[in-house]
Design a protein around this ligand. Structure first.
Ligand SMILES: [Zn+2]
Ligand SMILES: [Zn+2]
Ligand SMILES: [Zn+2]
Length: 283
């Protein structure tokens, strides 16, 4: 099995650049400082076929799908239902059409599914008579690993202020966003993970997100081979912060792809900034 994580977005809730901000990172011409809202696509090749598992449906999901080039997914996993992670849900309709109008399987904690059913009541209303919407089948999980599209997904619970958030492990790759605390029991679930994409908002502590030093410590405790940080705000300039990090850790960036290959090696498929499509040249 080969597990690739594609970072569809590496930015915090307001994105980078942030509307109205004139700081040097928001004004940076470097495409790696342009961050859509945080999301990843797991591309898993097993038995010769690729399964695409989308994690979260951000307000930027349309741009993210166009930029990445995927037109359908095998499933959607929800970390939690904050607006920056789920309020692109309506845009799943084009991905539903791309998948041949096969209902999309969506997995979340029970409270996440309940919240989506309330926020997007029309999508889940069988009697809603406008047909241009996605059909979504919801599924819930708790602590046990569950099967999605022939793959085993292990939920990794983490703390995000007063709520829980689900991280996800597939094979030896894992994604954890929006957390100020990864409990010891969840560090255990990360043991053996080689590639981790992990929340690191900024340099200073924050009540609901990890700081860069905290995230580095979690990655060290878990013993991962490579870590890329995500959910990054405009405090962290890509090149200058990267030059301060140990070799196994880097700031992630939009469109970065990294994988755990069949033989267990970790590969990073770096994209040169000049090779990024024009859609990221926001200003
Ligand atoms: Zn968030
Ligand atoms: Zn700024
Ligand atoms: Zn959040």
């Amino acid at each position: 099995m080969r597990v690739e994580i594609e970072m569809l977005g590496s930015g915090t809730s307001a994105g980078v650049p942030m509307i109205g901000c004139e700081c040097w990172v928001c004004r940076s011409p470097n495409p790696r400082n342009k961050r859509l809202r945080a999301s990843v696509l797991f591309r898993v090749v097993k038995d010769g076929s690729e399964r695409r598992i989308l994690v979260d449906v951000t307000p930027d999901v349309r741009l993210q799908a166009l930029r990445s080039g995927f037109t359908s997914v095998d499933a959607v996993l929800i970390t939690h239902t904050h607006a920056d992670h789920c309020h692109g849900l309506d845009d799943l309709r084009a991905i539903y059409w791309g998948g041949g109008k096969k209902p999309i399987d969506l997995y979340g904690y029970p409270e996440s599914v309940a919240s989506l059913r309330q926020t997007f009541a029309y999508i889940f209303d069988e009697d809603y008579d406008y047909k241009g919407i996605a059909r979504i089948n919801t599924h819930v999980f708790e602590h046990e690993p569950f099967r999605v599209a022939g793959l085993t997904v292990t939920p990794i619970p983490v703390v995000h202020g007063n709520m829980r958030v689900a991280g996800f492990r597939i094979g030896d790759a894992a994604y954890i966003t929006d957390t100020n605390l990864v409990p010891e029991s969840s560090i255990e679930l990360l043991k053996g993970v080689k590639l981790l994409v992990l929340d690191a908002l900024r340099r200073a502590p924050h009540p609901t997100h990890m700081s860069l030093p905290q995230a580095l410590e979690v990655a060290r405790q878990a013993g991962v081979e490579r870590v890329f940080f995500t959910h990054i705000n405009h405090d962290l300039e890509h090149e200058s912060i990267n030059s301060t990090l140990p070799p196994f850790a880097r700031l992630g960036y939009d469109m970065l792809r990294a994988s755990v290959e069949e033989d267990g090696s970790v590969k990073v498929h770096d994209i040169e900034p000049s090779g990024l499509p024009p859609i990221v040249a926001l200003r």
